[in-house]
Design a protein around this ligand. Structure first.
Ligand code: HEC
Length: 144
């Protein structure tokens, strides 16, 4: 009985890997949706609509950091269209600048980690980190 189980396990593993690799559009859209949700939470914390909790502040930073790290690797040449993507063609024209924006954002995110234990600290960090959204979207995202 051992052998079929192993074969199935191997097949499932391979399929998962192929899907993860062949669907960068879904992956990057999901990462950005996570960034969107984290930003909504961040805004609630800043406005006092949700009681401040350092754990939640770190959740926001974690979603940002995860996206900043993984996004640059999710724009292969065969992912310019389809899958509901709003990625602009300019990404592939000035890839180095596009990637540099994520790297710079990631540096800011990491630097902010030590300052979000208090609401005041989080307000400052959140205000700074959310400046990157519009700047990048303006250049690299189609109007939707
Ligand atoms: C360095 C570039 C960059 C930064 C910084 C960035 N984004 Fe994005 N974002 C993109 C790109 C590119 C897309 C389009 C991805 C696609 O559709 O393939 C996108 C898509 C999105 C989407 C739509 C996801 C979907 O398809 O439903 C949301 C929401 C979003 N971003 C929110 C944010 C927020 C909020 C921030 C800041 C806290 C942010 N993004 C920062 C590049 C960036």
């Amino acid at each position: 009985m051992l052998r079929p189980v192993l074969i199935i396990a191997t097949l499932v593993g391979v399929t998962t890997a192929v899907i993860a690799q062949s669907d960068p559009i879904t992956e990057r859209r999901n990462l950005m949706k996570g960034v969107g949700r984290a930003s909504a939470l961040g805004a609630q914390l800043v406005k006092g609509e949700t009681p401040f909790d350092p754990q939640k502040a770190h959740d926001v930073l974690r979603a940002y950091g995860d996206a900043a790290e993984k996004m640059p690797g999710l724009f292969p040449d065969n992912s310019k269209e389809g899958g509901g993507t709003s990625a602009a063609p300019k990404i592939w024209e000035t890839k180095a600048d596009f990637e540099a924006r994520f790297a710079a954002w990631n540096t800011e995110i990491k630097a902010a980690a030590g300052s979000v234990e208090t609401l005041d600290g989080f307000k400052t960090a959140f205000g700074g980190l959310t400046k990157a959204c519009g700047g990048c979207h303006q250049n690299y995202r189609e109007k939707v």
